[in-house]
Design a binder for this molecule. Structure first.
Ligand code: GLN
Length: 379
């Protein structure tokens, strides 16, 4: 069966359908990862986007229960050069085609993904409509123009309820804007006592959970779509050690008075070189973002740039000059991609330990004794 992808600039790609039948619209973006299509598909930060993989052969190693980055994919369409329907991999449990069908996601194959990627690179990201219907191009154009641009995707991808992933070590409140499972896995591996909270949790509610540190997760969309989260982060800076990842990094920057902007076509893939300015060392990182912190806007804030992108020199890492707080634009949890930045989770835990040394908590016994005394006086 035929599928078609029509771009905002009028370009029409006609290919073969796989996955679900139907129609969807979204921002068309490309990912340069050679492997990792399952993690890309299930990364909530792609919510509302139509993703094309530049790697030409997709589907060949199937889908595995253990490799999801969220409980369900939030992407609006999947575009590949060649779709392999029969997986060959001892870990494969089912096929990419079955996964897309299960979640109602339309796929298109057998189109020139190199041409599509080059077009996005020169034009910038564009909206597109992906369909298996027989509608005329004019009809599709009308539907694309008339379709709503998805905003505030964070409300879709964030957890609706607070939940715990108990551990015996540091208590981390993970603010979930659409967190990848990889972040939780990294915290669990380090035996952290994790409490995952919805995106709109207030500073006051977070204080009640008595965290040792606060981790701001990745998430979809424009960071300026979640002003209440920016306010909350600004109230927490200085009070608790903070670590921001991707959207969390952008929110940390906005909360500190810096600004963010949209990149022409973003960074998505597993081979983005990032320079650590303190050591001059280069790390190959996993990335997925369309916005970035504006470098100029950092001047006059209490932030310092710690990392830059070696390709386009954009800001990739920040730290607060006064308070224990830092953030990165890339993904230290990898999932998929190189794992060489996972030390940042250890750096966060070290920051928490140092903060505890400098700010010893009030002895609980003394607090309890005082409240018992108070209660007795009232009795
Ligand atoms: N992975 C992310 O957290 C992405 C952050 C933000 N939605 C962006 O596209 O820039």
């Amino acid at each position: 069966m035929q599928a078609r992808l029509l771009l905002e600039n009028g370009t029409l790609f006609t290919g073969l359908a796989f996955g679900a039948d139907g129609e969807s619209t979204g921002e068309v973006v490309f990912n340069t990862g050679i492997t990792g299509y399952q993690e890309v598909l299930s990364d909530p930060s792609y919510c509302g986007q139509i993703v094309t993989m530049t790697q030409p052969l997709i589907g060949n190693y199937g889908i595995t229960r253990d490799d999801f980055e969220s409980y369900a994919p939030f992407i609006h369409g999947f575009v590949v050069r060649r779709h392999e329907p029969i997986p060959s991999n001892w870990r494969a449990e089912y096929s990419l085609d079955a996964l897309l069908k299960e979640h109602g996601i339309v796929g298109i194959s057998d189109i020139d993904t190199r041409m599509l990627t080059r077009m996005i690179r020169s034009h910038g990201t564009m909206r597109g409509i992906l369909t298996t219907s027989a509608a005329s191009v004019e009809e599709l154009q009308e539907r694309l123009i008339g379709s709503e641009i998805l905003r505030n995707q964070v409300a879709i991808t964030s957890t609706k309820n607070i939940y715990t992933s108990p551990g015996t070590k540091e208590r981390i409140v993970l603010v979930d804007f659409g967190a990848k499972n990889g972040i939780l896995r990294e915290l669990n591996t380090r035996h952290c006592d994790v409490i995952v909270v919805p995106h709109d949790t207030t500073a006051e509610q977070i204080r009640h959970l008595r965290p040792d540190g606060v981790l701001l997760s990745n998430g979809p969309g424009d960071p300026k779509d979640v002003p209440e989260a920016i306010r909350t982060v600004s109230q927490l800076i200085g009070e608790y050690p903070i670590f921001g990842i991707c959207l969390g990094h952008q929110l940390f920057a906005l909360a500190s008075g810096a600004d963010t902007e949209k990149l022409k076509f973003g960074h998505r893939g597993g081979n983005h070189p990032v320079k650590d300015l303190a050591t001059n060392r280069c790390f190959i990182t996993s990335q997925n973002h369309g916005y970035a912190v504006n470098e100029e806007s950092i001047k006059g804030t209490d932030l310092e740039i710690t990392h830059i992108n070696n390709n386009d020199k954009t800001v990739e890492g920040l730290k607060h000059r006064i308070h224990p707080a830092f953030s990165v634009q890339y993904h230290p949890e990898a999932s998929p991609g190189p794992e060489e930045s996972s030390y940042l989770f250890d750096q966060f835990l070290k920051m928490i330990a140092d903060h505890k040394l400098n700010h010893p908590a009030k002895p609980r016994q003394a607090e309890l004794a005082a409240s018992v005394k108070g209660a007795l006086q009232h009795a």
